[in-house]
Design a protein around this ligand. Structure first.
Ligand SMILES: *Cc1c(COP(=O)(O)O)cnc(C)c1O
Length: 427
């Protein structure tokens, strides 16, 4: 459920008509609903009731300062995958002991920053990373709390670009080698082994792969405890999928996911962490865009929008489907026709949808891409020198720009021309 609904014929974000925001901010822009973000966070928090737990929002899905602050105030921890995300979490006021650091390529500088600023744990993905982290921590006279990310060799049955739990993926330590690597970790002077981490992929629409993975984690917990390790924390990753179309069957609910966690690892006495991103932020955001032209092609009509692949890359990168709805509610039973929905960027890949059935639209009409709150704004770029798409947060009847659109002058001023080029071509 989200808070983007038609009221009096106009699509609203909570109590605010999206067209009113468009009139002030201009298009395209992202708009997020605070109520939806909080609702989704709380669903996870409640699903883990009765277990010691922390829900760490995967910041790579949406890392705006206002979003982090909103979720952190509600009690969320953060899952970061870079020094930049770590800095963003700290800048939004998240204490280090609520930040977990994931990712396959942490640098020594990133490790140092997190150890200095405070960290709940590092999720370590390889032996060389383990050695580097130990050296960095030992040189600082400290010990880094770690889990090892295990690759359980489970097929997450999701898009190949976002599956991470098969042995051919770059992520984690093969489960068959886990005991050996834990033994090595325990011997390192700058390492404090506290648990196990697993994350098998994103946009999972069934629970079965999680169940297989978590049972392997439970078995490994017992084996590692027999080896003498004090395994007290399990980070079970993120990945629960969301409905991108309103017609398809619903993906699993956080409640059922929580029951699965209780069933598979609940008897181990471990503190549990999860790292959902998409399910918290995905349906909490829309991308609003204006129709620039309606162009009739051979056998097809193109709807050319002022949003493009640089603003929302998921359709061209993952063949992702986003519902596209007009801001003005169509009359009931209004006829539909197929459109190819495209942006203005000079690439054929700049296509949001082909043959999409929509009610009649004309230049100047506004549309919203649903489910655009995760992996939307964070993946945006300024390709084609299009200004970075702005972001807006709505809460009840209040709204605010939480990242303004840069001006063209600001964009150009970020470049510098070396002085040896001065005057070139001028004479
Ligand atoms: C991407 C990622 C997540 C979040 O995945 P979602 O599908 O957005 O829930 C969590 N943990 C790690 C390590 C990730 O890389």
């Amino acid at each position: 459920m989200d808070h983007f609904l038609y009221r009096d014929g106009a699509l609203h974000a909570e109590d605010v008509p999206l067209a009113a925001i468009a009139a002030e901010v201009g298009t395209p822009f992202y708009c997020y609903s605070a109520a939806t973000l909080l609702r989704h966070y709380r669903l996870f928090d409640e699903a883990l009731n009765g277990m010691e737990h922390l829900v760490c929002f995967a910041m790579k899905s949406n890392s705006n300062q206002a979003i982090i602050r909103l979720l952190a105030d509600a009690g969320a921890g953060m899952d970061v995958v870079s020094g930049g995300e770590y800095a963003r979490a700290r800048a939004a006021g998240v204490p280090g002991n609520r930040i977990v650091f994931s990712g396959v390529g942490k640098t020594a500088a990133e490790m140092r920053t997190a150890l200095e600023g405070g960290i709940r744990q590092f999720n370590v993905e390889s032996e060389p990373e383990l050695e580097r982290l130990s050296a960095v921590a030992a040189a600082m006279g400290s010990r880094a709390p770690i889990t090892l990310r295990i690759n359980p060799d489970v097929d997450a049955k999701t898009h190949a670009k976002i599956a991470t739990g098969k042995s051919e993926n770059k992520f984690g330590i093969p489960i068959a080698r886990a005991r050996e690597v834990y033994a090595m970790a325990a011997r390192l002077p700058g390492i404090d082994v506290i648990g196990i981490d697993v994350h098998i992929g994103s946009q999972l629409t069934e629970l079965a792969p999680f169940e297989v993975a978590y049972r392997k984690v439970a078995d490994l917990t017992r084996a590692l405890r027999e080896d003498g390790h004090d395994i007290r924390r399990l980070d079970l990753g993120g990945g629960l999928g969301i409905p991108y179309t309103r017609s398809n069957e619903a993906p699993p609910l956080p409640r059922d996911y929580g029951d699965l966690i209780r069933r598979t690892v609940g008897d181990l006495g471990c503190e549990v962490e999860i790292e959902p991103g998409r399910l918290i932020s995905g349906n909490a955001g829309v991308l609003v865009s204006e129709v620039i032209y309606l162009k009739s092609g051979e056998g097809r009509d193109f709807l050319i929008l002022d949003a493009a692949m640089n603003d929302l890359v998921r359709p061209s990168m993952y063949d992702a489907y986003h519902d596209i709805v007009p801001l003005r509610e169509p009359a009931p039973g209004a006829p539909q026709q197929p459109f190819d929905v495209v942006g203005p960027v000079c690439e054929t890949g700049d296509t949001f949808a082909r043959g999409r059935e929509l009610t009649a639209l004309a230049a100047g009409d506004l549309v919203a891409f649903r489910s655009a709150g995760a992996y939307g704004a964070v993946m945006a770029s300024e390709y084609n020198s299009r200004p970075l798409v702005p972001e807006v947060l709505v809460q009840g009847d209040r709204w605010a720009v939480i990242r303004p659109r840069p001006t063209l002058d600001e964009m150009i001023a970020r470049d510098t021309v070396p002085d040896w080029l001065d005057g070139a071509g001028a004479d």
